[in-house]
Write a protein that binds this ligand. Sequence first.
Ligand SMILES: [Mg+2]
Ligand SMILES: [Zn+2]
Length: 197
Amino acid sequence: MLRRAVFLDRDGTIAEDVNYCRRPQDFRMFPRAGEAIASLNKAGLAVVLVTNQSGVARGHLTEKTLAQIHQKMMDELAEYGAGVDAIYYCPHLPGDGCSCRKPGTELFHRAAAELGLALTRSYVVGDQEIDILAGHAARCQTVLVETGPAPCTSDAARPDHRAPTLYEAAQWILGRERSSTRQLSLALLDSDSACPQ
Ligand SMILES: [Mg+2]
Ligand SMILES: [Zn+2]
């Protein structure tokens, strides 16, 4: 049974976008991000971080430091009883022509294969147009949050939903999940009653 997932962008979505976070002490999670992720965990959704980290290719930080930053994030999440199932990042430059940098979808497909995820029943949450474009290309539902340094006001990206912060994004996702579960059980009841005894 494939799991549903919520793919989260990191900078501007979970934590402040501080223009290349280079040290663990510069990583600052948004208020209620931990609570939001805990609610997704509790609903049985896989939570997967997908983040562009070109600061690595630019020499601003090493992959070892990036791992320390992510360890700090996981430690802070654990205080809320929250966690991420996996972290995927692209370390390349925008001009490198890789297929893992969002809006490329390689990391989403890698996660789906490694974690057993159903992309068409999953969600992407991010603060930039590239997150939404990647979500569309991966055939996920998309939520644009307004916590980035330059909130995306363009309609070109056409997210399925807009939310002020990750917290409201998670609420919306959980609402969708509840209504699809309800529809599924109604459909099952229907098919039961249609069955000749
Ligand atoms: Mg971002
Ligand atoms: Zn890449």
